[in-house]
Design a protein around this ligand. Structure first.
Ligand code: URA
Length: 215
């Protein structure tokens, strides 16, 4: 079994913000004021997870992007639309899932007038960890699906390679199973249409495996 990267509680100022007997609403309200790392200064708002409280599956991405930062909801931009289409094709209803990110503020740098995504670092991921742990403690999913390497390595371990082990159901201390697949934005960045079509199909196939496990 893969051991989590960090089993001891993350050393984060966010720990002090977790309400007793948390609910998704009380967590979301508390996270709105989180300053456990420096990213709160850059983001418009905390983008907390969203979805059904007793979801059997929790999807975990990296961090909100530009549209998520503006709307306050995870996976609503271009990557989110691709994610929605893939879920539809696999017969999974997003409304019966919970969707979140390992980091809940948008990290970006300016390029001209645009805000360009920057990968969160280990300190920022650790600072945000108590929120993810709290979401898991409330939702108690049967399966966690990591979307992309940042989420996979944070949830499964630094040695995990999405390219080699995507689509495998691994036992975990976080939930009965954890599975990882690629990040939907990596499909959007494919170099040509044919590669994008194939990568999208592989992504849908991973979700179809998930749908079979959820049946
Ligand atoms: N990418 C992510 O990892 N999460 C989002 O919410 C949006 C884009």
């Amino acid at each position: 079994m893969y051991r989590m990267a960090t089993r001891k509680p993350a050393d984060s100022a966010a720990n002090a913000l977790i309400p007793p007997r948390p609910t998704l609403t009380s967590l979301k309200n508390a996270a709105a004021g989180c300053k456990a790392c420096d990213l709160w200064e850059k983001g418009t708002q905390t983008v907390f997870g969203d979805g059904a409280r007793r979801s059997r599956v929790m999807f975990v991405g990296e961090q909100p992007g530009n549209e998520e930062d503006l709307s306050g909801k995870p996976f609503v931009g271009p990557a989110g639309r691709l994610f929605d289409n893939a879920l539809d094709e696999a017969g999974i209803d997003r409304r019966q899932t919970y969707v979140t990110n390992v980091v809940k503020h948008f990290k970006w740098e300016p390029r001209g007038k645009r805000r360009i995504h920057k990968k969160p670092n280990a300190t920022q991921i650790a600072a945000c960890r108590p929120w993810l742990e709290a979401e898991l403690s409330v939702v108690k999913p049967d399966v966690i699906v990591a979307l992309g390497a940042t989420a996979a390595q944070s949830l499964i371990g630094p040695q995990f390679r999405v390219t080699k082990q995507r689509g495998e159901f691994l036992e975990s201390t976080l939930a009965p199973y954890v599975m990882a697949t690629v990040h939907p934005s990596s499909i959007l960045r494919a170099p040509d249409d044919e590669t994008r079509r194939l990568e999208y199909q592989h992504f849908v196939d991973d979700f179809k495996k998930l749908a079979r496990v959820l049946k």
